[in-house]
Ligand binder design. Structure first.
Ligand code: MSP
Length: 685
């Protein structure tokens, strides 16, 4: 039986146009949806907008428009943007739609029938930013845990007996963890949620009397339903729950083992999804989702990218400058899914030039050009016997494919992409080793030539199919050049095997898959586009802050470092006898700050310390040859700099996942430090 897979994004508030934080969750959901389709699942992918509540009511009031007009404008933004990113959602739900209204009324009625809803009075804090009630102990200096201002609120309210669900929720977390498919992922979030529930749950206020913009409480329209109960129900209302035709609901809203329901969320809203939502569903007697996966935040200037801080990056200029595939790839490769990631235009351009232009794009061009020249523009048929090097390449492909699948199955996208690019590297090395252009000169080796070139074509085909969930456009273009046009078929990944490319396929050389982007020019172009869109934007929400020219504003934050001029205008370091490198060679080295959380000597190695460092959410083990000058306690709590993208290496049998930077003078190592606090994971340039 085909498995169903239902994947959702949070529904986005309509007080802001999409920024790349929102795009990120949608791109992740799209990648999962595409991957599962290629794995043969029956997939449904939902996204949409959260349009009710105090936040939207106030934002509309401030702009002097009706809430629905505000919502319509932002929805148009999303609908305009999604095709540009090749988002393949099956449905876009709006909480102002009648179908949603019906779903919310239906779940409310079921919860009421269970006896879980009663009328009372709420007195406490309310945060409009989070649309959440906060108890006294979670408010500090008039702000909630997210840093938004809170307001004292006192009103009659309907309550949900959340306190009755603590044990059932703990049991859910325990059981699913035991079964190896935890309800809350990753583990850090599960621990957080579990201790929140263990701390004891209060009943939850689920209606507002002082808000008008919402769905009225059935039978008591003085109240509107609390926006989170309203919003969370989108996941089932969009499937027809509470409506006349529940066919989709019955098909997708089912429990394991033959159905998966996956909610993706940012980490700030995990509690709503992992505590309130399952409790509502339990109360209503409805099936539960399989898992809530909460990812980290994109940070910009070390803070969460958000409208209230004003540090958001809009997708439009990036799309114009580098196209959707590079952005999608960057998002999934750069951010270790679940942890925070730092966004910078420079990092995006580096990924484009390093992995995509030099790595993948270059490989495709070389292979296609070779086939065109050496085999008359046709993919050779399989031969009678492949040489050992070709057989070994097939083995490498199978190993990369297995690693990629294992990683994607557990949503470790960065790891999965690394496995694919490991094989891209392998293919490039294969070409260099085999030198097919030389084989071609020897008429006696025709069979070898065909075998080697067929393997190259198959290698590129495989990489294209594997990459398709992440870079659908590039995959399509690569496959077209190999004479197998179109998107990979549903189920194609599930049945992928080495050496399946059709012999005789006609090579159609096309444009380079990823032309190299001049770093300085591209950066300047993005900045210029950002300024234009900021100036021309008189839309429903304030434009992003246009970058100020350095030195103009007295309190302007230090700009992210601009790319330095290249050799033409810089003083020549050859004077000191040093070899010059290009800026993008330097940019390939990921220097990051890291906080030392543990330091100890490596047994039987006088010079080595083993450190566990925090890289901003990710932990790494570093082995450093500094024990002659530093005791473990000298390092503990210090912020150091490491090379974060160095291949792991073993030192005295202990794996080092990076390299600590230190000045290397005659007196022994001196570890690099900072003259003020820098958060772990910050880029160093
Ligand atoms: N409307 C609620 C969600 C209701 S779901 C039933 C909401 N909306 S939101 O517009 O604020 O969108 C929040 C989501 O956008 C986050 O959970 C996350 O998925 C995404 N992101 C917003 N900013 C982000 C970053 N800076 N980084 C990564 N994702 C971010 O909350």
């Amino acid at each position: 039986m085909t498995k169903t897979f239902y994947v959702t994004t949070p529904i986005y508030y309509v007080n802001d146009r999409p920024h790349i934080g929102h795009v990120y969750t949608t791109v992740v959901a799209d990648t999962i949806a595409r991957y599962r389709r290629l794995m043969g699942d029956d997939v449904r992918f939902l996204t949409g907008t959260d349009e009710h509540g105090q936040k939207i009511e106030r934002a509309a009031e401030k702009q002097g428009v009706r809430p629905i007009d505000l919502a319509d404008g932002v929805v148009r933004n999303y609908l305009d943007l999604y095709p540009k990113f090749e988002i393949t959602h099956d449905d876009f739900v709006r909480t102002t739609q009648p179908r949603h209204h019906a779903g919310v009324e239906a779940i409310f009625a079921l919860m009421q029938k269970r006896g879980d809803i009663y009328l009372g009075a709420y007195e406490g804090w309310y945060c409009t930013g989070c649309e959440a009630f906060y108890p006294e102990n979670q408010v500090e200096n008039g702000r909630c845990e997210q840093g938004h201002p809170v307001e004292r609120t006192q009103e009659e309210s309907y309550f949900f007996r959340l306190s009755a669900y603590g044990d059932k929720l703990l049991e859910l977390y325990r059981r699913t963890e035991e079964e190896g498919r935890p309800f809350v992922r990753p583990r850090t979030r599960l621990n957080e949620v579990r201790s929140f529930v263990e701390g004891g749950l209060n009943d939850l206020s689920i209606s507002r009397r002082t808000v008008r913009w919402g769905i009225p409480v059935p039978g008591d329209p003085k109240h509107v339903i609390y926006v989170w109960l309203d919003a969370l129900t989108n996941y089932i209302s969009a499937l027809g729950f509470g409506g006349k035709d529940p066919a989709l609901y019955e098909r997708y809203w089912r429990e394991a083992p033959d159905a998966t329901v996956l909610h993706l969320t940012g980490k700030e809203i995990v509690r709503f999804h992992a505590v309130y939502w399952p409790a509502f569903l339990m109360s209503a007697g409805l099936p539960l989702p399989t898992a809530v996966y909460s990812h980290g935040w994109w940070l910009f200037d070390n803070e969460k990218m958000s409208k209230s801080i004003g540090n958001v990056v809009r997708p439009g200029p990036l799309l114009d400058a580098v196209g959707p595939d590079a952005i999608r790839y960057f998002m999934l490769r750069e951010m270790s899914f679940g942890a925070d990631g730092t966004y910078s235009h420079q990092a995006l351009i580096e990924r484009l030039n390093g992995d995509l232009a030099n790595g993948l794009g270059n490989l495709v061009s070389r292979v296609v050009a070779l086939l065109e020249r050496e085999t008359g523009g046709r993919v050779p048929d399989p031969g009678a016997a492949d040489p050992p090097s070709v057989l070994a390449l097939g083995d490498a492909a199978r190993a990369s494919f297995a690693a990629y699948r294992a990683a994607f199955d557990r949503y470790a996208f960065s790891e999965g992409l690394a496995a694919i690019f490991e094989f891209v590297g392998e293919l490039n090395r294969f070409l260099v080793r085999e030198e097919p252009w030389k084989i071609a000169k020897d008429p006696a080796r025709g069979a070898d030539l065909r075998s080697v070139l067929r393997a190259c074509a198959e290698g590129v085909r495989s990489v294209a199919v594997w990459c398709a969930p992440v870079m659908p456009g590039a995959a399509r273009r690569a496959l077209a050049q190999l004479g197998v046009p179109g998107d990979p078929r549903p189920g194609e990944l599930a049945t992928w095997q080495w050496d399946q490319i059709p012999g005789g396929a006609a090579i159609a050389r096309g444009e380079s898959l990823f032309p190299r982007a001049d770093p300085a020019e591209t950066l300047a172009r993005i900045r210029a586009l950002e300024e234009t869109s900021a100036v021309s934007d008189s839309g429903p929400t304030p434009p992003p802050k246009a970058p100020l020219p350095p030195g103009v504003a007295p309190e302007a934050k230090a700009e992210a470092p601009t790319l330095a001029p290249t050799a033409a205008s810089s003083p020549a370091p050859q004077a000191a006898g040093l070899e010059q490198i290009e800026i993008d060679q330097f940019m390939k080295v990921e220097l990051r700050t890291a906080k030392v959380e543990l330091a100890e000597r490596v047994p039987k190695a006088d010079k080595l310390l083993r450190l566990i460092v925090d890289l901003g959410g990710e932990k790494r083990q570093i082995v450093a040859g500094i024990a002659a000058k530093y005791a473990p306690e000298d390092l503990l709590g210090r912020t150091i700099v490491i090379v974060a993208n160095l291949k792991p290496a073993k030192l005295r049998g202990v794996e080092s996942q990076g390299m600590l930077l230190a000045a290397d003078g005659g007196e022994g190592p001196v570890v690099i430090g900072f003259d003020r606090d820098v958060p772990p994971g910050t880029r160093v340039r």
